[in-house]
Design a protein around this ligand. Structure first.
Ligand code: TA6
Length: 309
């Protein structure tokens, strides 16, 4: 089973417009898609759609927390959240027909030291039945910067695989516990090393630096160019076919979901990469966030190219 952990959950609202955004005017939203969000819940939905047994965990609170749990029930995803006093946030994704996606991410409610301590105390029990655990996204205000380092260590102490998908100080601290896999994008690599990426050579250079810290799988998501994987077997690039993108939000999370499924099934690294690139591309074809049609994934995977570099 896969347990996904989302400390900073969100009601994700995708607003599809039929006209270009004009600031200072009243914009009418043509279509709205609400989903249980925060990166880990996109991971959970995608892993479930790929046939895995999944449990969604993390922190939720208030009326938005109740709404999020009802959305997950509709998705057919079991959950085990710790409830906090604050109100679960909302994240808005505005899709402008002439531009694409722009996200407005609320910071989320504060979590108290007592709530953090209670969660960490319960965490070993939350993950006890899972083989692969994913930890995704930002952490709420009030939680220590080492929260993910502590959680990764707890997973590893149980001898399980753990994927960490976060950024900034949380990633920097989380790396110290040597997760099984990390999936930074180019921006997150630049923030981690305080550098600018100018070429694929730079991407490989910095991905290798992370790999050399002892991380078995380092995946760099590259948007429409797919992803790069550095692992014991070598360095691979997975390239998707050209597709008509509808909504790219959640593609990175979909890739994490696919890798969680691949690790659980003990697939070969290059096969997991191929699968993950197809899953992320299939997510981009959906107007909703963090979902896909498996039949489209199966069509796309036929045309995903895996190159060993
Ligand atoms: O990756 C897309 C997404 O999961 C959105 O659905 C939205 O929930 C956002 O990221 C949350 O990001 P954060 O880094 O704040 O956890």
């Amino acid at each position: 089973m896969i347990t996904t952990v989302t400390l900073n959950a969100s009601i994700d609202k995708a607003y599809h417009l039929t006209q270009r955004i004009e600031n200072g005017t009243v914009m009418r939203v043509a279509n709205t898609y609400n989903s249980a969000g925060g990166k880990g819940l996109n991971v959970a939905r995608v892993a479930r759609l790929c046939g895995a047994d999944v449990k969604a965990a993390g922190l939720v609170g208030g009326y938005n927390g109740q709404y999020l749990e009802s959305l997950l029930e509709s998705d057919g995803i079991p959950f085990e959240f710790e409830h906090i006093n604050g109100e679960t946030r909302s994240c808005i994704n505005i899709l402008d027909p002439g531009y694409g996606s722009t996200e407005y991410l609320e910071a989320g409610c504060d979590v108290t030291p007592e709530e953090e301590t209670a969660f960490l105390k319960k965490f070993p029990e939350i993950i006890i039945d899972s083989d692969v655990i994913t930890i995704s996204g930002s952490a709420p205000n009030g939680m220590g910067k080492d929260i993910y380092q502590k959680m990764v260590q707890i997973v590893k102490d149980q001898g399980k695989k753990v994927i960490l998908d976060t950024s900034g100080e949380y990633l920097e601290e989380g790396l110290k516990s040597i997760p099984t896999m990390v999936k930074p994008n180019k921006d997150e690599i630049e923030m981690l090393f305080n550098i600018k990426i100018h070429s694929q050579i730079d991407v490989i250079k910095y991905a290798r630096k992370i790999y050399e810290k002892g991380i078995p799988y380092v995946v760099i998501s590259l948007g429409g160019d797919g992803a790069l994987l550095v692992c014991e077997k070598g360095i691979y690039q997975g390239r998707p076919p050209e597709i008509e993108v509808v909504n790219t939000v959640g593609c990175g999370d979909s890739m994490v979901g696919a890798f969680a499924v691949g690790l659980e099934r003990n697939m070969e690294p290059e096969d997991i990469l191929k699968y993950a690139v197809a899953v992320a591309s299939a997510n981009a074809l959906s107007p909703k966030t963090g979902t896909l049609e498996p039949v489209k994934r199966d069509e796309i995977i036929q045309n995903v190219k895996i190159i060993k570099l």
